[in-house]
Design a protein around this ligand. Structure first.
Ligand code: SF4
Length: 368
């Protein structure tokens, strides 16, 4: 049975649970609730208006089917379930897609008022993104070679995965492609040993490995078992997201699994988790785990929604500052003038290096 609860009741419950949790920290006017030192930089963009996010939904946003090798009850939208999907031979990023991205960032660069134009590249989907490695390769190369220099800042690139295909081969590919972060969803495999083993490999090669898995009541026991395991692995951040309802199919599957669900309106419908996330945070505080835990909750969702193009005008005026430590991180990712420069500066740079190489009797560098 689905019970729609009034927002007053839902928010009151949430705030009371937060008040009971001593040690809970807040940033961004209360929208960001977490424990630990700081959240993953990959989450900053959700709270901040003066930054730009591009989210690639593999495969629908590039004309390919949505394919995943799992079938989670709470998955947002229906998708094909296949274990061995491959991107069709000869698939190429279209010039239309590149033009649309260029145009988007031209507008975004004007909109962002600080001199450090920070952007976030999110690779996700109702799919398993690691089934689309050739697409990831082409897209990230384009974003690194064209959009990063244009914006003047190294964008934060993160890819979501259920972890099943995060083998050494794929980890090294993601590393070579300069992904900053991998987000692993262990709930998709009921917290399998294989996925924990893959996490152990990933932390050795990827700068930030975050666990993002939902606050799904049937996972309660497994979530608590996970906490010491990910501490031992060296995970830096844990993101517990509340279940968001995006489709009739998803809602029906959840209802038939749980029997009873309570939903309330945020921007979309959100499921009340009965306080599971606060219980997890309490445990992380009591056991003094080193990773941060963020509650990706209704207030995060409202914040992100208020930053969309339709609504950001007034809110942006009020919120054009990161917390200082986030601002520092953003400026640290500013590219040097050489990398920020356009093609002419690049040519001049390579010519200079060619002259130097010829003087030294070495082979000439090529233009990227
Ligand atoms: S792993 Fe992700 S995309 Fe795949 S079924 Fe689960 S929630 Fe959906």
């Amino acid at each position: 049975m689905i019970r729609i609860i009034p927002i007053q009741e839902a928010y009151k419950r949430k705030i009371e649970r937060q008040e009971r949790l001593k040690g809970l920290k807040f940033k961004c006017q209360g929208n960001c609730a977490y424990v630990g030192e700081d959240i993953s930089p990959g989450c900053y963009g959700c709270f901040y208006s003066d930054a730009s996010i591009i989210g690639v939904s593999l495969g629908r946003s590039i004309g390919l089917p949505d394919v995943c090798n799992r079938d989670c009850v709470y998955c947002f939208l229906p998708h094909q379930i296949q274990q061995n999907y491959s991107v069709p031979d000869g698939w190429r990023l279209t010039e239309e897609w590149k033009d649309a991205v260029r145009k988007y960032f031209m507008t975004e660069k004007q909109r962002i008022i600080t001199d450090c134009k920070m952007q976030y590249y999110n690779f996700t989907g109702n799919s398993e993104p690691l089934l689309y490695i050739p697409v990831l390769e082409e897209m990230i190369k384009f974003l690194r070679n064209v959009i990063d220099p244009f914006m003047g800042t190294k964008g934060w690139a993160k890819v979501y995965t259920n972890g099943t295909l995060l083998n050494m081969d794929n980890i090294l590919k993601l590393k070579d492609l300069e992904f900053d972060e991998v987000r692993i969803h262990p709930g998709a495999t009921n917290f399998s040993k294989k996925v924990y083993d893959n996490m152990r490999l990933a932390v050795k090669h990827i700068p930030t490995v975050t666990i993002e898995t939902p606050s799904w009541p049937p996972h309660r026991e497994k979530l608590f078992e996970m906490l010491p395991i990910i501490e031992d692995i060296g995970i830096k951040h844990l993101d517990i997201c509340q279940i968001e309802i995006w489709s009739k199919e998803q809602m029906e599957k959840i209802e038939s699994t749980l029997g009873e669900i309570e939903l309330y309106q945020v921007f979309y419908a959100m499921m009340d988790d009965g306080g599971l996330v606060e219980d997890i945070m309490k445990e992380a505080l009591e056991k003094d785990y080193s990773y941060s835990v963020i509650d990706c909750n209704c207030f995060r969702a409202l914040r992100t929604a208020s930053l969309t193009n339709i609504y950001n005008n007034y809110w942006s005026l009020l919120n054009q500052k990161y917390p200082p430590e986030w601002e520092k991180h953003r400026y640290e990712r500013k590219l040097s003038p050489r990398h920020r420069s356009g093609i002419w500066e690049k040519i001049i740079d390579v010519m200079g290096r060619r002259r130097a190489a010829s003087r030294a009797g070495e082979s000439a560098p090529r233009l990227g």
